[in-house]
Write a protein that binds this ligand. Structure first.
Ligand SMILES: CC(C)(COP(=O)(O)OP(=O)(O)OC[C@H]1O[C@@H](n2cnc3c(N)ncnc32)[C@H](O)[C@@H]1OP(=O)(O)O)[C@@H](O)C(=O)NCCC(=O)NCCS
Length: 210
C-alpha cells in the first residue's frame, strides 16, 4: 500500500499521507464502510474526488481502526466516537490526522501558479508585507494551507480568511512551525501550525485545545 508517511506527533495523535496510485475497484475491495459512509460516497460523482475520499477512509480504517464510522457535523467537519479527525486531499495526495483528545486540522495543497489569482481573498496586508519575493509562491501556499487547517480545526464554518485568520511573519524553509490567530466575534485563539513541503505539495496540520 503506498502509504507515503505515517508519524506520531509531539502533541500526541498521528498524521498519515497516502500517494494515490490505485484504481477505485482496489479501494472498494479493501474498504468496509458503514451504511452512512456508503451513502456519502455515492453522492460524490467526480472520479478523482471518489479516490481521494476512499484513500482517506482506507487510512483511517487500516491505521486508526478506532475511527471506524466517520460522522459529519452540519458544517462538514468529520469526527468519530473515539477520536478527533481531520481530512484533506489535493490531486494525488491524501492526508488524515487523528488525535485521541484534541481537536485537529490538516490541509494539503499542490503548489502551482494559479493561487495568485485568489491571493487577495485570503492574504492580509501584513502577510503580504513579510513574504519574501524569492519564495513568494511557497509562502503564499503555506499561508493558504495553514488558514485552511485553522478553519478545519475551528470546524464551525463561516470564516473570513483575510480578516478572521492571520499568520505571523516567518522565513521560508522546507518545514517549520507557524504561529497564527483566529479572531472572530467573541472567539480568540493563538494557534501553532506545522508545515512540511513534500515535493510539489505543502502539508500543514495542528492539534490543540479549542
Ligand atoms: C471545507 C473546506 C475547508 C475544504 O477544503 P478543500 O480544499 O475543498 O478540500 P480539502 O481536501 O482540503 O478538505 C476536504 C475535507 O475537509 C473536511 N471538511 C469539510 N468541511 C469541514 C469543516 N467545516 N471543518 C473541518 N473539516 C471540514 C472534510 O472531511 C473533507 O473531506 P471529505 O469530503 O473527504 O470528508 C473548504 O472548501 C472551505 O469551505 N474553505 C472555507 C471557505 C473559504 O473561504 N476558502 C478559501 C478562501 S480563499
Amino acid at each position: 500500500m503506498p502509504l507515503y508517511l505515517q508519524k506520531e506527533l509531539p502533541q500526541g495523535g498521528a498524521l498519515a499521507l497516502w500517494r494515490i496510485e490505485e484504481a477505485e475497484n482496489w479501494f472498494s475491495s479493501q474498504l468496509s464502510l458503514s451504511a452512512e459512509n456508503e451513502t456519502e460516497l455515492a453522492k460524490i460523482a467526480h472520479p478523482r474526488r471518489r479516490l481521494q475520499w476512499m484513500a482517506c477512509r482506507l487510512m483511517l480504517q487500516k491505521l486508526f481502526p478506532e475511527t471506524v464510522n466517520v460522522y459529519k457535523s452540519s458544517s462538514g467537519k468529520p469526527s468519530s466516537k473515539h477520536a478527533h479527525i481531520a481530512i484533506a486531499h489535493a490531486r494525488e495526495l491524501a492526508a488524515v490526522l487523528v488525535h485521541p483528545t484534541l481537536p485537529c486540522g490538516v490541509d494539503v495543497e499542490l503548489i502551482e501558479i494559479k493561487i495568485q489569482l485568489i491571493a487577495h481573498k485570503f492574504l492580509s496586508e501584513k502577510e503580504r508585507e513579510f513574504i519574501n519575493p524569492n519564495t513568494y509562491l511557497q509562502q503564499l501556499y503555506i499561508i493558504w494551507s495553514a488558514k485552511e487547517t485553522m478553519y478545519k480545526w475551528y470546524g464551525l464554518g463561516e470564516m473570513d480568511f483575510r480578516k478572521n485568520l492571520s499568520i505571523h511573519s516567518f522565513e521560508y524553509k522546507d518545514s517549520g512551525e507557524l504561529s497564527g490567530e483566529i479572531e472572530k466575534e467573541n472567539f480568540k485563539s493563538h494557534l501553532k501550525i506545522t508545515y512540511e513541503i513534500h515535493g510539489d505539495y505543502v502539508v500543514t496540520w495542528m492539534a490543540q485545545k479549542l
